[in-house]
Design a protein around this ligand. Structure first.
Ligand code: NAP
Length: 291
């Protein structure tokens, strides 16, 4: 008999990940702050909980995939939140991107309540979420991660065992530092080429014909060609992650000068209304000539 899964957060990622859990045959109950976004899952056969407490009561494993720490705190602690029901003996998985210290603090608080906590953020965006090919970065006790592995593999192609709770979040920020700076670098390179009089298509074709060709650049190059940035990974979320990266780097004394400059570009973009576009729209900040 498969575990009963509760899924909180029907955003770009959550609705697709929950749909794959349901497809894999897990009984699933969903909840979202804006209930309308539960429509597709309800149509696919999921139960929709009216409250978070109701979702907690009808689940063995509860997964959260929401914006970040503020949303997670609210879901757990608010009146009628998950912890207003008894979660004792259950497993709570946070797949949202948050700082490692935040995951560690929650792991410790939940241990006292006999709730098994795993942080399991994901590498991969909207399409891998839809295709069930995410890479799941799990931090938590070995037996719990092993128990959750089949569930994780309904959403992803690989589970990376990162160690104790908090390490999943650390791995996620490690990956996103590279993701953000690579994107910013691609935009700067394209912009330099254009300023020298080269055509965008020729620049992209040159980069993508050489050793730097990769799925990631291929996907983002299409956005640069069209100058259209429909959100796969929203600009506001990458900005949030860059803030977490700087905070975390400071806590562990890591040097991240590129991340610092890249965050400044993203903060500038947020101030000019790029919030809900894909984060590749950092091209627009580069084009406006920020030094
Ligand atoms: P999204 O589309 O913006 O969805 C955010 C979700 O969080 C929505 O369900 C929203 O509910 C919920 N939420 C926000 N504040 C809340 C609160 N105070 N209480 C309850 N619910 C709240 O985000 P997403 O793109 O799916 O990303 C989700 C997480 O995955 C983020 O941590 C992001 O950094 C990470 N991530 C995203 C991607 C990507 O490519 N998109 C890739 C990897 C990781 P409402 O619908 O009611 O607003």
């Amino acid at each position: 008999m498969k575990e009963r899964v509760g899924f909180v957060g029907m955003g770009i990622m959550g609705v697709r990940m929950a749909a794959n859990i349901l497809k894999a045959g897990y009984p699933l109950t969903a909840w979202n702050r804006d209930r309308k976004k539960c429509g597709p899952l309800e149509a696919a056969g999921a139960d929709i909980a009216s409250t978070l407490a109701e979702l907690a009561e009808s689940s063995d494993v509860v997964i959260m995939m929401v914006t970040g720490p503020e949303a997670v705190d609210h879901i757990l602690n608010s009146e009628g939140g998950l912890l207003s029901a008894s979660m004792t003996g259950k497993c709570l998985v946070n797949m949202s991107t948050v700082p490692p210290h935040f995951s560690r603090e929650w792991a410790a608080r939940l241990r006292v309540l006999d709730v098994d906590f795993v942080d399991a953020p994901v590498s991969g965006s909207k399409k891998p979420a839809e295709d069930g090919t995410l890479v799941i970065l799990a931090g938590g006790s070995e037996p719990t991660v092993s128990r959750l592995e089949p569930l994780f593999l309904s959403m992803g192609k690989k589970v990376v065992r990162c160690g104790e709770a908090g390490n999943g979040s650390a791995m996620k920020l490690t990956v996103n530092l590279l993701l953000a700076t690579m994107m910013e670098g691609l935009c700067e390179a394209v912009n330099l080429g254009r300023k020298c009089g080269l055509k965008t298509e020729l620049i992209l074709d040159t980069i993508l014909s050489g050793p730097m060709a990769c799925d990631y650049f291929n996907m983002k190059a299409e956005m640069l060609r069209r100058d259209e940035y429909p959100p796969q990974f929203p600009f506001k979320h990458m900005t949030k992650d860059l803030r977490f990266i700087l905070e975390t780097a400071e806590n562990c004394d890591a040097s991240v000068p590129l991340a610092r400059d890249t965050l400044a570009m993203f903060e500038a973009g947020l101030a000019t209304g790029l919030s809900d576009m894909d984060f590749a729209a950092v091209m627009k900040v580069v084009e406006t000539g920020r030094k």
